[in-house]
Design a protein around this ligand. Sequence first.
Ligand code: PEP
Ligand code: MG
Length: 597
Amino acid sequence: MPREQKKTQFIKGIGVTPQIIVGKAYLVDRGKIEAPAKVLPENQVRWEVERFRAAVEESKKQLREAKEKLLHEDAVGPAYILDAHLLLLEDKNLIETTVETIKQSWINSEWALKINLDRVRKIFNSIDDEYLRSRKTDLDYIEQRILRNLLGKGTESLSHIKEEVIIVAHDLSPADTAQMAKDKITAFVTDMGGKTSHTAIMARSLEIPAVVGSETGTHYINTGDTLIVDGVTGVVVVNPSPEIVQEYQDRVRSRQKIERELFQYRDLPAETLDGYRVNLLANIELVGEIPSVLEHGAEGIGLYRTEYLYLNRKDLPSEEEHFQAYRTVVEGITPCPAVIRTLDIGGDKFISHLDLAEEMNPAMGLRAIRFSLKERDIFKVQLRAMLRASAYGKVKMLLPMISGVSEIREVKKILNEVRLSLTAERVPYDPKIEIGIMMEVPSAATIADILAKEVDFFSIGTNDLIQYTLAIDRVNEYVTHLYEPLHPAILRLVKQMVKAAHNAGIKVAMCGEMAGEPLYVPILVGLELDELSMNVFSIFGVKKILRAYTLRECTELVDASLQLSTPEEIEGLVRDSLKRKFPEEFRENFSSKISGN
Ligand code: PEP
Ligand code: MG
């Protein structure tokens, strides 16, 4: 569509922070710079190396300044991403190999850098984990930064922006975000990014409404265009008609009203009308999310994904780094518990110096606990740090991707060795630390009664449980329509796992995306889950629904659902029920189809 036509456009991306913003677009030039390729005369090679080194130094300087700014704003979480970029710029392997390429092949810096980054990208491409694969963008960021410095193209600063705007960019780097004056930039829209991309993480942790992964946003949007950014549905409306603006402004008002109303749930107990209590906890990825967790009245951390500690770096995190992160989380949330999950990577290839084999099917490969049991020294470092942190509050240890009993017994053996060494060193830890397992592999769900005798709690990971049970690749856009949390097979499995846990006298949580979707709350309560752990933004809404039902109503809904044959029929039943409970808000809150991915 040519830019001149100010026709209303609807662009669909991924809503990251659930707020709606109406404002003026500000298109930021983050156009991709292509590396020019040149062969050099021999006498220019020395100079070229110097040119390259100067561009790297300049890039480092810019990133350090951006980091300073972030730290100044107390955004501790996001600052670590800039550290990761700085580490890449200091990576001898990458920088010196590029210098070698320039020297040996007599080619320009841009070309040599591209050759070496392409080699690393190839490795990232083979990782079958959406989150880890998206970390490839770190390489793109530093490449673009070095290229801009090589070619003398400055990066347009966002700090000079004086009016309230919605930033629109092909992609935003963490350094860009660091420059954002939070009171001026009311939202952002990017072409790139997925639910777990850095841009999305940034938006969430800085609580800026955003739509990422719009694919074509920068093609249709111009500076000055009026935009509606709907972080709830992921829709961006470009140049909306006055009627549409009015409609959205009404929606903003009604959402603000809903949010104000929802805030009242902060300190109310998460219990049904007849007093059945379900604990609502938060999922976190970054230590910096703790203040938001507390603000949203979470009753603990139900899932701390520790993968972030390992990513974007050339070495492994030290025991001390693990410990400091865990201790901050544990002390921040105390007296509530923190469930810390051991490393769950979808393929270890990205840890470059480990040099492990590439896998055809990483989701079913050396992932999560399988990796930890193979790389025991790495595992032990993490276990030691978790145990040490357990002296500072209530830590619960969670093991990902358990498929049978022997993995649990193996872990316990290793844990005992770690305990013994800590005792010998007189290092304090909680000797009664609870050990739980992610229930996300169908074999585990099937033998839940056996597993329940071995551990202190279950946490159901529906993201993977659905993927493995329904054979739906959770990162494959062609099968997302088949990703059905209300599939009778999933409901049966969850019911079976809860029963097995309760028979054994242990608690069962759910920490997959399903746990934070309002539509599923009556079913999850009826299935008698003890805890639901979710993105902090979902907590109030889930609590509200929970408090509108009796346990009996929810149990009846589950019983009726289990008589039905298809996810659609079950969803229809649940929607009818919610419509009866919340006739006014039904359209606003429950009308969009909720998919687990
Ligand atoms: C899950 O699988 O549901 C889960 C919570 O873990 P992850 O999304 O990290 O795989
Ligand atoms: Mg999982």
